[in-house]
Design a protein around this ligand. Structure first.
Ligand code: KG4
Ligand code: ZN
Length: 359
């Protein structure tokens, strides 16, 4: 079964063909990140326009890379949320046009479900159930992956996502967008104990996260350092950027790992899987490796090319969706910027039941 995946939820326009959910046959990706850099963050209108310009060349290139004709594709999987509305619509429109003209099922894919599925491409032995720590620019969640298309939410952020907290503080330091990888690089030689940042803990023992407190503390700290420098007539940032990066990054990552540990204890799951852009972070990987060793569980970290947005993960997820909903979705499938992962899983389950009843 060969599934073509299409991804356009943020600033990457991507397509890929994957066989049986696990084997990548061809892929292409165009990013507008360089343009967004000058604005310090993603500008939705620019992202949408760049998707329109890139989508057809990216699709052609994918087919060329795979050495296949359109006829060889058995289904069209597309991210329909969550993400930027205008950006999602570009990929969705292209996927609908392909599904209609090729007479293939249109398969709806949730962006976070696809980040999780990125691991199926890299680890053939990986099968649910497992615990997944999803950390990206827009999400920080602890998810019990019960089955390929069934998810339970154990914890989520109550305000900012971890990636967002890293990016916003990096921006205040004048580092280029996206700031997460910049902080990762700087922190390699920094002292993690040089500054103590606050950590939010919920009294009810919840596995939820909150990053707005630590982010605000870091932004205030930067502001104070700048004022101090101004008063003494200095032009340089009067503190080691490396130390700051290491200490702040540690404060953002610690709660993620602590809650993952609690979730492993309460669920007794035997595998911890990382997903999303921030899972590329070297310190997060180190902390999770220590955790996995302590708990005697397996750790799966996606290879770097599958951490950030790509379409191979969409095609992989599309394969598992297709197994439950072979008829696919109609052309009325909409872009849903705030799509919930749990509701998505329930929708697939309901469709699968209807399909079985019809057969
Ligand atoms: O998953 P992704 O591509 O986009 C969303 O779905 O949101 O993740 C992008 C996020 C950005 O916040 C970026 O700063 C972060 O992933 N990121 C990193 C690293 N590489 C990417 N954060 C920390 N360390 C990294 N090495
Ligand atoms: Zn993403």
């Amino acid at each position: 079964m060969r599934i073509l995946g299409v991804e356009s939820s943020c600033d990457e326009t991507a397509a890929a063909i994957v066989e049986d959910g696990r084997k990548l046959l061809g892929s292409a990706i165009a990013s507008s990140a360089e343009i967004h850099k000058q604005y310090g963050g993603v500008v939705p209108e620019i992202a949408s326009r760049m998707h329109v310009e890139s989508i057809l060349p990216v699709l052609s290139e994918t087919l060329k890379q795979a050495g296949l004709d359109w006829d060889a594709v058995d289904g069209i999987a597309v991210t329909h949320g969550p993400g930027l509305s205008g950006a999602l619509l570009v990929g969705l429109s292209a996927a609908k046009a392909l599904a209609l003209s090729l007479q293939r099922p249109l398969l709806a894919v949730h962006h976070i479900a696809s980040h999780i599925a990125a691991n199926y491409l890299a680890f053939p032995e990986l099968k649910p159930p497992f615990l997944c720590l999803v950390v990206s620019g827009g999400h920080s969640q602890l998810i019990r992956v019960d089955d390929y298309v069934q998810f339970s939410l154990l914890g989520t952020t109550r305000d900012d996502a971890a990636g967002e907290a890293l990016d916003k503080v990096a921006r205040a330091l004048g580092l280029p967008y996206p700031g997460g990888p910049q902080l990762d690089a700087l922190s390699q030689t920094g002292d993690r104990k040089s500054i103590r940042f606050p950590e939010t803990r919920f009294a009810d023992g919840s596995l939820d996260f909150s990053f707005s407190g630590v982010k605000t503390a870091a932004l205030t700290w930067i502001q104070m350092q700048k004022q101090k420098a101004q008063r003494s007539g200095e032009t340089q940032f009067p503190f080691s950027l490396e130390d700051f990066a290491a200490a702040y990054q540690e404060a953002v990552l610690r709660p993620l790992v602590r809650h993952a540990e609690q979730a492993l204890e309460s669920t007794k799951l035997q595998a911890l899987v990382l997903a999303g852009g921030v899972s590329a972070n070297s310190r997060l990987r180190e902390l999770c490796a220590e955790l996995a060793e302590r708990k005697g569980v397996r750790l799966y970290c996606p290879p770097l090319q599958y951490c950030t947005d790509n379409a191979a993960m969409v095609a992989s997820m599309g394969y598992y969706v297709q197994r439950h909903c072979p008829q696919g979705w109609g052309l009325q499938l909409d872009a849903i910027p705030q799509l919930s992962l749990i509701r998505y899983g329930e929708e697939i389950h309901a469709r699968s039941q209807r399909h079985q009843n019809d057969c």
